[in-house]
Design a protein around this ligand. Structure first.
Ligand code: AMP
Ligand code: GLY
Length: 465
């Protein structure tokens, strides 16, 4: 029998709660730790008081807790080089090296890789001189996409409909330096239109295996109105993205990028997330991420039937070909509940009610939540499982959780159809409440935009597809 593993999950969102839940379902696992986690992960695993960007702290935590496998949620931690640090001391960690993570941490780098690999993406150019960038914009005209090159917590992309907006976005990044060094270089891209699909994939550095596709909802309000957010919901699979299109993306996007990175000497191990747009001119890449998506993960992982720990280990060992990754046919819908006002200013500290009144099979993944200890006599204290054994679930769930962030919960359900899953989610969402709670009501509805077709390209099935 193989020895049981201690697993560390890095991050504190609903994505990480979903990863922890999946890891706990593995027969290979002994203890699961989360750094720093949230009230939801504290109920099922052991939260550690280490922030997700504290690489030395995480390294110490891995040593102290005899961690055998680390899975990283946030891009910042990967871009800061946690994988290189851990591997350098023989810790097994699932994610790309700092150099390979540039596929997300530098949009200019991602464009270079795509150009070399012949992967379809928006036309555009990168600039580190604001004068040249302005001249290019003036000549290009609007609409246009203006993107800070580096990591900007999802705020670095402006789709400018007018030249004034485009110039303001450029100044914001390059002159006002709103994103710090992330705006040293700016990418200006043609404006593309069409429905979006996230196709995440597992890679062992040589091979790449697509996951079930998903669509996320970035705008704050129904019908894609309002400001961009960290994600208001997702569902999997989007019915308009066909299996032959998954195969096409595998062959024309994912595998060429993995091959190109291997050839450059920066093999990509981990999750490769392709943000795709189905344009009238074919499928194009909008962005790559170097990690699990949020909130896509909350609707993808519940559908995963193969052991996630086995997959992560196979990727680390470069033997992804020895596994078959299987998915449940049942669609999954997830809706994010946010604090009122998010993504602008919002208040926290409100008790969350109704979490114990949900139908069987409905999952709640926590993000901006904190547990309030029921055992402390001296007022309220934040619950960390490190100090306090996790409370029984029923106690935890009965009014002992309060809001502590913008995105608070992702509520997820599966069903035989998207419509059935959607109905179940929304029926249960009505039972959950906290002061100022907001959510979109249209997650899982069909897109209103026209759907692009595949370009004329030979469709050869890759081995194993
Ligand atoms: P990103 O941060 O790269 O995911 O971009 C955020 C969002 O901006 C994407 O999900 C798209 O909706 C939009 N976007 C990015 N690039 C373009 C583009 N070239 N044309 C139109 N919309 C874009
Ligand atoms: N859902 C978009 C992201 O994770 O970046």
């Amino acid at each position: 029998m193989q020895p049981k593993l201690n697993v560390l999950v890095v991050g504190s969102g609903a994505r990480e709660h979903a990863i922890v839940s999946k890891v706990l379902g593995s027969s290979r696992v002994r203890d699961v730790y989360v750094a720093p986690g949230n009230a939801g992960t504290a109920m099922i695993a052991r939260n550690l008081r280490v922030q997700a960007d504290d690489i030395e702290g995480l390294h110490r935590a891995a040593l102290e807790n005899h961690i055998d496998l680390t899975i990283v949620g946030p891009e910042n931690t990967l871009a800061a080089g946690i994988v290189d640090r851990f591997r350098g001391t023989n810790f097994r960690i699932f994610g790309p090296s700092q150099a390979a993570a540039r596929i997300e941490s530098s949009k200019a780098f991602a464009r270079e890789v795509m150009s070399r690999a012949g992967v379809p993406h928006a036309k555009g150019e990168a600039f580190s001189d604001v004068g040249q960038a302005r001249a290019y914009l003036q000549q290009h005209g609007a609409p246009v996409a203006v993107k800070a090159d580096g990591l900007a917590a999802g705020k670095g992309v402006v789709v400018a409909l007018t030249m004034d907006q485009a110039l303001a976005a450029l100044d914001d990044a390059m002159v006002r330096r709103s994103f710090g060094n992330a705006g040293n270089t700016v990418v200006i891209e043609d404006f593309l239109e069409g429905p979006e699909v996230s196709l995440l994939a597992f890679s062992d550095g040589k091979r790449v295996v697509p996951m079930a596709p998903a669509t996320d909802y970035k705008r704050a309000y129904d019908a894609d109105q309002g400001p961009n957010t960290g994600g208001m919901g997702a569902y999997s699979p989007p019915p308009f993205f066909r299996p032959d299109q998954v195969v096409w993306v595998h062959q024309h996007v994912l595998q060429p990028v993995i091959d190109e990175l291997a050839q450059q000497g920066t093999p990509y191990v981990g999750i490769l997330y392709a943000g795709l747009m189905l344009t009238r001119d074919g499928i194009k890449v909008i962005e790559f991420n170097c990690r699990f998506g949020d909130p896509e993960t909350q609707v993808i992982l519940p559908r995963l039937q193969t052991d996630l720990v086995d997959i992560a280990e196979a990727c680390i060992d470069g033997r992804l070909d020895t596994l078959t990754v299987q998915w449940s046919a049942d669609p999954c819908v997830g809706v994010v509940m946010t604090s009122g006002g998010y993504p602008g200013p919002y208040e926290t500290g409100y008790p969350i009610t109704g979490l114990d009144e949900l139908d069987d099979g409905v999952r709640v993944y926590h993000a901006g939540t904190e547990g309030v200890s029921l055992r402390e006599n001296s007022g309220i204290s934040r619950l960390f499982a490190q100090d306090l054994p996790a409370l029984p679930l029923d106690q935890q769930l009965s009014g002992s959780v309060q809001t502590s962030g913008g995105r608070v919960l992702t509520v997820v359900a599966s069903g035989p159809t998207v419509e059935a899953a959607r109905a179940l989610v929304y029926r249960n969402l009505k039972r959950i409440d906290f002061a100022g709670a907001h959510y979109r009501t249209d997650v899982g509805l069909p897109p209103t935009e026209p759907i692009g077709e595949l370009p004329d390209a030979p469709l050869q099935l890759p081995p194993g597809a």
